[in-house]
Write a protein that binds this ligand. Structure first.
Ligand code: DGJ
Length: 734
């Protein structure tokens, strides 16, 4: 009998769904949600409690799920509430695992026991309502996407007559199948060293990933991927993964309970958090997206990439590949002026650059990071005739124009601060803590929100600006405000609602700017990659992953980045050597091939580039333009280096398997070995492919090779010495 059940299960799993749908099992309170090749099943048990039943490969709707039962207690110390995979648990009634929700009611009752109330499917979204006796309703939303992603969020509603304090509010808890040995991957970092990938076997206990900093942070990114030990590799095996769409303080708790149940709970960071819910009010949580694949870590990333392009980015479902940007920050820092920028624009245009961006220093008394932030009028000494002459000149060269802004910050030495000292985040009677000589404006206040929107909107109306580099160069230190008499309603939600209101207002400003200026493109930058998440990416077209532009460090940074985010969103510049951070000198071609992994830009001082370098750069940019659509929209494969080198080759393949591009890098040759064969992925085994190798001063086409050979024997690559690099364009022969 056991064998039969196992066989039936296999058949049901094997038939994969390519679309998304929600199926209510007839006569039951069980829902089978399909997203691409993934199914997610929940059901209400005989105690009227919502349980997680399944998260994995597709299960056909023909399978009749039995009514779920709560699990038996484990002695008197672990009641069924701890042994049963609850879908969304309130803290109370003896729950000792991570709760999704913790609320204190006006009476002082601090427990929350949620029972099923109703369910309906509205506009391709499953909406489930749970309810506690104290008239707290929790609305759970499930929105499946054909890319293989399920979006989950919650809305906490106070339907009682007295206010309650929400102390912990998660978007979702994800439960993984029990009885397996898991390893978890996550990303951490710091300024200049973001996107460091970690992988570790799960043991009973909790791994907390979080930011308490008010924004997404360099410290950790709201992404996780969980594979199975000894089964999951880059190219095969099961992976359960997720990403939280929130640009404020967040937390993910990856917990293997002492009873070996693995759950991931994520949402608002409960640290220093309380949200007062008045009667009739609600609190919405961010969307926590999750996915599953049977095809390894690489495919988990590709699912996320396709989903971001198809459903998240402002110009989804087909955002155009990013233009090639020139930015002089590393060359001039604050010393921008009309003459210097015009000269650089002339040089950039000759290379084939498509967008010219003026960075920090164009406004107010902004000659260093000590003053001027907040005074968003053009500095008349640097740009005596305003920005228009430069913008017109940039346009006459065939490039679009972009501008740096940092709207959420203020220097105390600024007119804005002198006029509105009450607009910064602060605690009454306490001196604000400076970072980079700046304070954070309290965007949670509606007056600050309106001011910020208005000056940005005016700037965009008065100037032909195609792109804003939106920077954010510090974290929070005193997350409060002096006077509660604002019109924002914060006095009702409580001071700590700042963690929610600030980010909501930031999103509102971005949405209104996008509505008024539909062609506007924005980069999310936070001293590098400190604000990269699916929340901000709904409004921003790209991110700046790191201020570290050393081409070698960048390979590791970019590899980590692609685990969670699409190459198209990854801005990458070629800058000068020796690099400002590591003092390393890397040849120009290597720097270009490193930056070509994402949205290529140039960030060096072109006045110092030799004619030879300028000529090489021109060739490399022309090559990039031929492969850019493959990088931007193709499927990314992180390949294995055949040598012991610390760099990894990468491959991008178009969805029709007609074209691919491969980049390979050598940090240092050892023992006279010349690299070796790199095994490719994602090609059609039966098709023939022409191999075109590209390098500066070199353009070689080899005989055609079957895809099968490239994917088994591999592509032979010879790299020598130090910092050697190469690129291949691989074209299917008709
Ligand atoms: C930090 C950014 O990451 C840099 O690229 C540059 O824009 C500076 N801020 C400007 O202050």
């Amino acid at each position: 009998m056991r064998v039969k059940i196992a066989f039936l299960f296999f058949c049901l799993v094997a038939a994969a769904h390519a679309q998304s749908s929600i199926h209510t099992q007839a006569g039951t309170r069980i829902w089978n949600i399909h997203a691409g090749k993934m199914s997610y099943v929940i059901g209400v048990d005989e105690e009227n409690v919502l349980q997680s039943l399944y998260w994995g490969p597709t299960i056909e709707d023909s399978y009749q799920w039995p009514t779920p039962h709560s699990q038996p207690e484990r002695a008197s110390f672990d009641l069924p509430i701890n042994t049963t995979p609850l879908e969304y648990a309130g803290w109370g009634a003896g729950l000792f695992t991570e709760p999704a929700l913790k609320v204190t009611s006006a009476s002082g009752d601090r427990s929350m026991v949620l029972h099923f109330e109703s369910a309906d499917i509205e506009d391709k979204r499953l909406h489930i309502v749970l309810r506690d006796v104290h008239s707290i309703r929790v609305h759970l939303y499930y929105e499946p996407y054909p890319e293989g992603i399920l979006g989950r969020s919650s809305r906490i509603e106070n339907s009682g007559a007295t206010p309650v304090q929400v102390e912990q509010a998660s978007s979702a808890t994800w439960s993984l199948p029990s009885g397996r040995k898991y390893e978890v991957s996550w990303l951490t970092g710091q300024w200049g060293a973001e996107w460091q990938l970690h992988r570790e076997a799960m043991q009973p206990g909790v791994r907390v990933l979080e930011s308490r900093r008010g924004s997404t942070s360099h410290q950790a990114n709201p992404w996780f991927a969980i594979g199975q030990i000894d089964e999951t590799t880059e190219h095969s095996g099961p992976v359960w993964f997720g990403e939280l769409a929130w640009s404020g303080s967040w937390r993910m708790t990856i917990e293997e309970t002492s009873l070996h149940l693995l759950r991931v709970t994520g949402g608002y960071n409960p640290f220093d958090f309380t949200y007062t819910l008045l009667p009739g009010k609600t609190l919405e949580t961010p969307v926590f997206y999750g996915g599953y694949t049977a095809d390894g870590q690489g495919e988990a990333s590709r699912i996320l990439h396709r989903f971001q392009l198809g459903k998240i980015l402002p110009h989804h479902p087909s955002p155009a590949p990013r233009p090639i940007v020139y930015n002089s920050w590393e060359a001039t820092e604050f010393g921008v002026n009309e003459k210097g920028q015009t000269a650089l624009a002339d040089k950039a245009a000759k290379l084939g650059v498509e967008r010219f961006v003026v960075d920090d220093g164009w406004f107010g008394e902004r000659n260093s990071d000590k003053a001027g932030l907040g005074d968003w009028t053009v500095n008349p000494k640097k740009f005596p005739h305003g920005l228009k002459p430069l913008i017109d000149h940039v346009h006459s060269l065939g490039m679009s124009f972009g501008l740096w802004v940092e709207p959420e910050m203020v220097n105390p030495d600024s007119n804005l601060y002198r006029q509105h000292p009450e607009w910064v985040m602060q605690f009454p009677g306490r001196q604000g803590t400076l970072a980079r000589n700046q304070l954070v404006l309290n965007l949670a206040r509606d007056d600050v929100k309106e001011f910020t929107f208005r000056w940005l909107d005016k700037l965009l109306r008065e100037n032909d600006i195609a792109f804003l580099k939106w920077d954010y160069n510090r974290n929070w230190s005193e997350p409060g405000w002096e006077d509660e008499a604002t019109e924002s309603g914060l006095e009702h939600d409580g001071q700590k609602a700042i963690y929610v209101r600030y980010v909501q207002n930031l999103y509102e400003i971005l949405a209104r700017l996008k509505a008024n200026h539909p062609e506007l493109e924005i980069e999310s930058c936070s001293g590098g990659g400190g604000r990269t998440d699916l929340g901000i990416l709904r409004y921003t077209d790209e991110v700046w992953p790191s201020d570290n532009t050393d081409a070698l460090d960048r390979l590791r940074i970019q590899e980590g980045f692609t685990h969670a985010y699409a190459p198209q969103t990854m801005a990458a510049w070629v800058t000068d050597v020796p690099n400002f951070l590591d003092r390393r000198s890397i040849p120009l071609q290597f720097r270009f091939f490193s930056a070509m992994q994402g949205a290529l830009g140039i960030g060096g001082d072109l006045n110092r580039w030799s004619d030879e370098d300028l000529d090489s750069a021109k060739q490399l940019i022309a090559f990039y333009k031929t492969i850019r659509p493959i990088v931007a929209n193709g499927n990314l494969y992180r390949l294995e280096s055949p040598s012991d080198d610390d760099t990894k080759p990468v491959e991008y393949v178009t969805s029709g398997q007609t074209e691919a591009v491969v980049f390979a890098y050598l940090h240092a040759q050892h023992y006279g070995m010349t690299y070796g064969n790199v095994r490719l992925y994602g090609l059609s085994p039966t098709a023939m492919y022409r191999i075109e190798q590209f390098g500066t001063g070199m353009n070689r086409t080899a005989a055609s090779v079957p895809g099968q050979i490239l994917m088994t024997q591999g592509l032979p690559i010879s790299l020598r010495g130090e910092f050697d690099s190469t690129a291949f364009r691989i074209v299917r022969v008709p």
